[in-house]
Design a protein around this ligand. Structure first.
Ligand SMILES: [Fe+2]
Length: 395
């Protein structure tokens, strides 16, 4: 899968993302001197390699890029992929997206429907053919189990919304990369992100940014025993997973669900086809660097198949509490301020990340700070994640 290991020499420049001595995250690079509107095939390859290598890049200076060119770039990253957004067309997404499409407006850009407008507030009298649109969306933390009082939020106390990968986890494989272009966001005032989980952890951020953690770092922080189990185990996602968990609520840190037994039964879901149910390894191998990432989208997992070696019969765990407790122990280790990064973006910047290596989340801000306009595009991959060892596809 994925781009060639032998990276062509890029014509653009790549420099490490600046960080302070307190920051321990080990991903991110800045890319300059590139015009994505007329990029050569070898630079597309080099850019893909840079994304796999650095996990996240901010491509600067793309103010004049036409929306269709963002989509074209996404298709060139994965030329064998069917030409559709990883969440499908907008009609299907709005009908079957469950948690993902509820409570917000999602617009495709006219003429480039797979480029999705993300943001909130008034989008101007004509935003690439979207006339006089105001994007309404419910507050990001409304789906947290423990409510954040409105006056506290309006005072600049915010939270991570939902740590996730961009993945339908049913029918289509997740996109290798996601691209998110910034047009507009408020630049101030500063907010404080609170974990609100009793840990007292906080960090400061500008408004309108996306937060990231690396699941390669999550893997690196695991014990040898945890790695052995994770390397050989896999999870099964629920059919139509965002419908299945659509009534569940999240922990205040945005990572994982509160166990309330609100998952739907399989009979309550839209009709589904067993062959589209996704089973993925717990650990996904980076096709360029060979690094391992602990990639389990815990909120959608229905069953786990645990084993410590290839010859062992897996134990099938259906107790969601048990699965989630095991995941939380590992995933919360990396959810600390020093491992979280919110790359700063301004108009013309495009963040691109290795969706097979990272978790990301929105961080909401009070509406009166101003409007936000972003364009998001990715493509359901031509081939899915690969683990360190093969997993049996039927059990
Ligand atoms: Fe996302």
């Amino acid at each position: 899968m994925a781009p060639g290991i032998l990276a062509p020499e890029p014509t653009f420049t790549i420099s490490p993302m600046p960080k302070t001595s307190k920051e321990k995250h080990n991903f991110g690079a800045i890319i300059e001197n590139i015009d994505l509107g007329s990029i050569s095939d070898s630079d597309v390859k080099a850019l893909a390699n840079a994304i796999w290598t650095h996990k996240l890049v901010v491509v600067k200076g793309q103010k004049d890029l036409l929306p269709i060119k963002q989509w074209e770039l996404v298709t060139r990253f994965d030329p064998k992929a069917p030409l559709v957004h990883s969440h499908g067309d907008l009609k299907t997404f709005n009908k079957q997206g469950g948690l993902l499409s509820r409570g917000r407006d999602v617009f495709g850009i006219p003429g480039a429907e797979n480029v999705r407008l993300i943001g909130k507030g008034y989008q101007g009298d004509d935003h690439f053919g979207l006339k006089d649109k105001t994007v309404h969306k419910e507050l990001a933390h409304l789906w947290h189990h423990d409510k954040l009082p409105e006056e506290v939020f309006n005072d600049g106390h915010t939270r991570f919304q939902r740590w996730h990968i961009d993945a339908p986890l049913y029918a289509r494989d997740p996109a290798w990369f996601t691209t998110l272009r910034c047009f507009k966001r408020p630049m101030e005032p500063e907010l404080t992100i609170h974990w609100d989980d009793g840990s007292d952890q906080t960090m400061k951020t500008e408004p309108g940014l996306t937060a990231f953690i690396s699941n390669v770092q999550a893997y690196d922080l695991m014990t040898d025993e945890e790695k052995r189990v994770a390397d050989h185990s896999w999870v099964e996602y629920a059919p139509h997973p965002y419908q299945w968990m659509g009534s569940c609520k999240s922990k205040s840190s945005g990572l994982g669900l509160v166990n309330e037994g609100k998952e739907k039964t399989l009979e309550e879901l839209s009709p589904y086809d067993e062959k589209y149910v996704k089973r993925y390894p717990m650990v996904w191998v980076n096709p360029v660097t060979g690094e391992r990432a602990f990639m389990v989208h815990g909120i959608c997992v229905r069953r786990a198949f645990m084993r410590s070696s290839v010859d062992e019969e897996p134990s099938v765990v259906e107790d969601l509490k048990e699965i989630r407790a095991w995941l939380a122990k590992i995933q919360e280790r990396v959810l600390r301020p020093e491992y979280v990064m919110l790359p700063k973006v301004e108009e013309g910047d495009i963040v691109m990340w290795a969706n097979y290596q990272m978790f990301h989340t929105a961080v909401d801000y009070p509406d009166h700070y101003g409007a936000r306009t972003m364009h998001q595009a990715n493509i359901g991959a031509s081939s899915g994640p690969v683990g360190p060892v093969p997993i049996p596809m039927s059990v």
